[in-house]
Design a protein around this ligand. Structure first.
Ligand code: ZN
Length: 378
């Protein structure tokens, strides 16, 4: 299923979802000519940090910025729209000890145009290498140093955007010097989801900006505005996505209402203990795309988490649609909190294994049997 919407809708601040305060802070760094040589944007997967880094770079490189916005039509903006500006370099995790990021630059440009809110597993899937271990290797570090020591081509400024520097691991040491004493008008923008995995010596050389998770409201508005989904679909996906815009996009395209019914069918199938039904269910599940499988399980995961909250929260506070509350109450009547905890763990593991290309039939048969055992436990 295609997940491309407007092409490159995220290059400008105005098109970046939510995070208004971060946006203003980044904009004023440029307006006040106060850009740090190394900027570290830190925040959870699925938030706006990569989109913000792209908007910030577009703004910084624009030749005619006005009223807090890049112009969209200068030589620089036109190149930034396709991420082909010769003075804007990208580094990111990839597979292979002997490769460099530039070998993956074409799919990377497409990826950030289509999925600027995605995470590492989406990127590895995009590269058709979901089971491989990504990293940013020695050769890439050397290539970065070489690139940044060269004269810029068209602009006064040079920028290196590094997505997920946590994948540098110890190799980060190689970049310390250039981050600390960069060539003039050179700017590093690092975008991390796991700051604890970055060398403290790198962190201390950067200006840290924490990018908050997206709020449900921000995701809902973006799904309705930029992506043109209707209000109820957008609302449901925003609830389930827990601040992760890419997850919301994955869910909204499958459709919440249909998923709700499907989850109940699954629940009944597991509860009924009829092996033939279980086998048929697994066969059907196997025919879905990987995105659909993940969305289904994420939806189920959220649904069961909400069921755990039914006995303790007023209806209004539940993150599920009104039409689903009655079912949730019924299910809450037959399973207790402890069972829901176990179901949650199984679902989380199952999603993990699907992302790593497990055999779906074997995996889901195991999941269903474990599920059945929990439901039937006294
Ligand atoms: Zn411009």
């Amino acid at each position: 299923m295609s997940r491309t919407f407007d092409s490159s809708p995220h290059m400008k601040f105005a098109q970046t979802i939510g995070s208004i305060h971060t946006k203003d802070a980044l904009r004023s760094l440029v307006d006040e000519d106060n850009m740090p040589h190394a900027l570290l944007l830190s925040g959870a997967e699925g938030n706006s940090k990569l989109a913000l880094a792209l908007a910030y770079t577009t703004y910084l490189m624009c030749e005619n910025r006005a009223d807090g916005a890049s112009c969209g039509s200068c030589r620089s903006c036109i190149k930034m729209e396709k991420y082909i500006h010769p003075d804007v370099h990208f580094s990111f995790p990839f597979t292979g000890a002997k490769s460099v990021a530039d070998e993956f630059i074409k799919p990377w440009r497409k990826f950030i145009q289509e999925k600027p809110y995605a995470g590492i597993s989406d990127w590895m899937e995009y590269l058709d290498a979901p089971t491989k271990q990504p990293n940013i290797n020695t050769k890439e570090c050397k290539a970065i140093i070489q690139k940044l020591n060269m004269q810029s081509f068209e602009s006064t400024n040079k920028v290196l955007i590094m997505w997920l520097p946590e994948y540098l691991r110890k190799e980060g040491n190689r970049l310390l010097k250039i981050i600390e004493e960069p060539t003039p008008n050179t700017y590093f923008i690092l975008i991390t989801e796991k700051i604890s995995n970055i060398l403290p010596t790198i962190i201390s050389r950067c200006q840290l900006v924490k990018v908050p998770p997206l709020q449900d409201k921000e995701i809902k508005e973006a799904l309705m505005g930029q992506y043109r989904f209707d209000a109820s679909k957008a609302q449901n996906a925003a609830f389930v996505a827990e601040g992760n815009m890419q997850k919301a996009l994955d869910i909204v395209q499958i459709g919440g209402k249909g998923l709700h019914d499907e989850v109940l069918v699954w629940f009944r199938t597991c509860y009924s203990q009829k092996t033939i039904d279980l086998v048929n269910w697994v066969d059907n599940f196997d025919r879905k795309s990987k995105d659909e499988q993940k969305s289904f399980l994420m939806y189920a995961l959220n649904f069961f988490r909400e069921i755990a909250r039914v006995p303790v929260l007023p209806e209004k506070a539940l993150r599920i649609e009104e039409s689903e509350i009655q079912t949730a109450k019924k299910i809450a009547g037959i399973i207790n909190f402890e069972k829901i905890e176990k179901l949650n763990n199984i679902l989380t593991d199952t999603i993990y294994y699907i992302e790593r290309n497990a055999n779906i039939k074997v995996l889901m048969m195991d999941t269903n049997i474990a599920f059945k055992n929990i439901l039937r436990q006294k």
